[in-house]
Design a protein around this ligand. Structure first.
Ligand code: B4P
Length: 205
């Protein structure tokens, strides 16, 4: 069972790399950003509420995100592993997912008889990339794909939101000895090689 949480600033390459890791380990790629964008495109209630926050580069309120993630993780394909991309994004979301997984692992261990430590392992990866590279990547994506939140003013705001709300998770997971830092400032293929090596090392430790 491979369970990965992907942290990193906007544009670090979480989405790009998560697709590759999901393929390699045959686990679902769960991106809260992708789920939200699909809700926006379908004009659901959730999408309409989320859109204003996303366009401004703010985090969507936890009450809209938490049920969405819980529901996704309860689906059949997520019972044998997953890669969470873009979630958790603040300490409240991290505490929520930690509690949810503790309950989930206990019932899984009881029903399967598998040793708890085998299913409990969650590997947290943080992708590091300097700000100027992040801004350049996202501005380019904005020009290519027309994403509303990929303009320089919003990108700078997203970076500030990341520093204030998401970066504290580095310490949260460091304290739990779950954190693995990977250099994301390399070519896409080189980052994949570094990531696979970090995940395999964490799995065998
Ligand atoms: P996300 O969809 O999570 O998007 P992101 O942080 O912008 O991008 P990511 O790091 O995945 O970058 P990517 O691989 O695409 O969030 C969008 C919004 O949704 C948030 O602002 C927020 O409003 C909301 N949201 C999502 N989750 C939430 C949550 N849990 N709670 C509250 N709100 C939430 O890479 C970016 C670009 O760089 C691409 O064009 C790619 O081709 C390029 N690139 C990638 N790796 C590269 C490399 N090594 N070299 C060169 N270019 C590279």
């Amino acid at each position: 069972m491979v369970q990965i949480i992907f942290l990193g600033p906007p544009g670090a390459g979480k989405g790009t790399q998560a697709i590759r890791l999901a393929e390699h380990y045959q686990i679902p790629h769960i991106s809260t950003g992708d789920i939200l964008r699909s809700q926006v495109a379908q004009k659901t209630d959730l999408g309409q509420q989320a859109q204003t926050y996303m366009d401004k580069g703010d985090l969507v309120p936890d009450q809209l995100i938490l049920d969405m993630v819980k529901e996704r993780l309860s689906q059949a394909d997520a019972q044998t592993g997953w890669i969470l991309d873009g979630f958790p994004r603040n300490v409240a979301q991290a505490a929520f997912v930690e509690q949810m997984l503790i309950q989930h692992f206990s019932s899984l261990a009881e029903s399967s008889g598998a040793p708890k430590e085998d299913i409990e392992q969650v590997i947290v990866i943080s992708l590091d990339v300097p700000d100027e590279t992040l801004i350049q990547r996202l501005v380019e994506r904005g020009l290519e794909r027309g994403r509303q939140d990929d303009n320089e003013t919003t990108i700078r705001h997203r970076l500030q939101v990341y520093r204030e709300q998401t970066a504290p998770l580095i310490e949260f997971y460091q304290a739990r000895q779950q954190l693995n830092k990977v250099n994301g400032n390399l070519s896409v293929d080189e980052v994949t090689v570094e990531l696979l090596s970090a995940v395999d090392k964490a799995r065998n430790s």
